[in-house]
Design a protein around this ligand. Structure first.
Ligand SMILES: NC(=O)C1=CN([C@@H]2O[C@H](COP(=O)(O)OP(=O)(O)OC[C@H]3O[C@@H](n4cnc5c(N)ncnc54)[C@H](O)[C@@H]3O)[C@@H](O)[C@H]2O)[C@H](O)CC1
Ligand code: K
Length: 507
């Protein structure tokens, strides 16, 4: 499922009308009808419905919905929140059809009248503004949006909650709070941003007839169950441990032996053939007792942390993960710097590994094998020199800038983790829940990433599948034996098996 910006959506619209030759009116009729079908399956036939229609094509969709539901016997009226001369083009055409079918319209922006209407309404269809919203809401629309939000009525938004920007980047906005949004064509970027996603309520998309060829330039999508299943490599019956990768995980310190344990366990559960944990001698007994399946590599230490002054036989491994529980001691830094310089297979940097590389990012440009960074928004802010708020406001843009500039894969973690490839292609993960907002979750993800990297031919697929498995494990656990309160990172490791069983054709 592709994710679009407003501009990309307008481009698809233009292509469909100008190149394919579909009439704009037909698209609007298709949109209004498809939305009406979904509305019908979400309401009672006794519900009193009010459509709020604005001046643009979103208002036009509103008039198609009003006519469709009126003709199906629903009690439905329209409040047009802009003066009549603003209704032009296709929207005017559909307004006239609604009137010709006996529909009734009141034209008002008066909050008292609107409040009275809301008191007699069960369902609001929000067709005030679509993806054409620009800047702050003007009056009377701003007050109307507040009035709708203050009312207990159920709100169904057409395409996008009115006022909400389709794209990332907006700091402040007023928006209708929808209970349910029926999105036209493709989900917009704001469906997957932490601060804008909640305005959509539940959502789904409707197909209005855009041709497949309209999608060719799109590079941003949601990673789905089906894609996970398609891209998950088969395990051959005659395979042996060497076929599933030999991974090295470097991290841990005397004070923090736990996080590398979670990474190692997750890598093994996720299917890595052989995993070696490289750490200080003080941490190895903990790692060895918690993951008896792993082998250990005792690294030189300095004051309880891994010493930067040593060489590591990276060439013996298929992929390396580095950083969890490493600590921020100056003497550890050159382990990270040297790894970025020397590891000539896939290198995954996480946690303190990212801290140590922050001033030497240029080294990524000299690598011949891929690098993966797995920052949370705070770490991404550190790496890019902007605030966390800025990262959260434009996670797609900051990820793409980093990935392109340093030719690295970026896994920007969050409620919608975004995976970005060096060529700028992006994928959003929608599995996972708030139970994952806990210490250790990132360590587990890194272990899964390491295992997936060694089992997939394509690294972008590996990263997307890793994020999928991590979130899905949490989802399955929360829907069965756990809750978003008690879920721990170690539970998520155990949940990996549930994901594989659920998606495996053999069980
Ligand atoms: N191909 C498609 O995606 C289709 C989309 N449809 C629907 O059309 C809208 C987009 O329509 P558009 O006319 O471009 O924009 P809007 O309806 O969002 O409204 C523009 C309208 O709003 C006024 N306005 C803009 N900003 C503000 C503001 N801050 N305050 C107040 N008023 C504002 C502006 O003056 C314009 O008059 C899309 O979302 C779909 O719902 C088609 O129906 C089918 C094809
Ligand atoms: K809307």
């Amino acid at each position: 499922m592709y994710i679009v910006t407003a501009n990309e959506m307008y481009g698809i619209d233009r292509y469909t009308t100008e190149e394919i030759g579909m009439d704009g009116k037909m698209l609007m009729e298709n949109a209004g009808r498809a939305i009406s079908e979904r509305i019908e399956s979400n309401i009672k036939n006794t519900d009193v419905i009010t459509v709020f229609a604005g001046s643009g094509n979103n208002g036009g969709d509103g008039y198609v919905i009003a006519r469709t539901l009126l003709n199906r016997g629903y009690q439905i009226t329209v409040i047009q929140v802009v003066p009549d001369e603003k209704i032009t083009g296709d929207a005017r055409y559909y307004k006239n059809l609604f009137i010709n079918c006996g529909g009734s319209i009141s034209i008002t922006g008066d909050p008292v009248e609107i409040d009275e209407a809301l008191n007699q309404t069960d369902i609001v269809i929000d067709a005030i503004l679509g993806i054409g919203v620009k800047g702050e809401l003007r009056e009377p629309i701003k007050t109307i949006v507040d009035t709708i939000n203050d009312s207990p009525v159920r709100v169904i938004s057409a395409d996008i909650p009115s006022g909400l920007p389709a794209d990332e980047g907006a700091a402040a906005f007023d928006s209708v709070q929808a209970d349910y949004t029926i999105i036209v064509g493709y989900p917009k970027m704001s469906t997957f941003l932490q601060h804008t996603a909640p305005f959509y309520g539940e959502w789904e998309t409707v197909d209005i007839g855009f041709p497949e060829s309209a999608q060719t330039s799109l590079t941003r999508s949601v990673w789905t169950d089906r894609q996970f299943k398609n891209k998950m490599p088969d395990r051959k019956k005659d395979s042996h441990k060497g076929d599933h990768g030999r991974g090295l995980i470097i991290g841990g310190s005397e004070e923090m032996p736990g996080s590398i344990v979670m990474t190692v366990r997750a890598a093994l559960r996720a299917g890595a053939g052989l995993v070696t944990a490289g750490s200080v001698k003080q941490a190895i007994p903990v790692i060895a007792s918690q993951c008896i399946e792993a082998t250990n590599l005792k690294l030189k230490e300095f004051d309880g942390v891994i010493s930067g002054d040593q060489s590591i036989p990276y060439q013996n491994y298929d992929a390396i993960a580095l950083g969890m529980g490493l600590g921020r001691h100056e003497s550890t830094r050159s382990i990270v710097i040297n790894a970025v310089r020397q590891v000539d297979g896939p290198l995954i940097l996480d946690a303190d590994g990212l801290y140590h590389i922050q001033h030497d990012l240029e080294l990524f440009k000299g690598r011949t094998a891929p690098a993966v960074i797995t920052p949370h928004p705070g770490e991404m802010a550190m790496l890019t020199g902007v605030s966390v708020q800025e990262i959260l406001r434009e996670p797609f843009a900051y990820s793409i800038e980093f990935a392109r500039m340093y030719q690295a894969f970026v896994v920007l973690k969050g409620s919608f983790t975004i995976v970005t490839a060096p060529n700028g292609h992006q994928s959003v993960n929608t599995t996972g829940n708030q139970g994952l907002a806990k210490g250790g979750s990132g360590d587990v993800l890194t272990g899964i990433i390491l295992a997936m990297t060694m089992q997939h031919e394509d690294l972008f697929d590996a990263l997307r599948n890793a994020c999928f498995v991590h979130g899905k494990a949490a989802d399955l656990l929360v829907s069965n034996s756990h809750s978003v309160y008690d879920l721990m990172a170690t539970d998520v490791v155990e949940g990996i098996g549930k994901v594989y069983r659920t998606f495996s054709a053999e069980t």
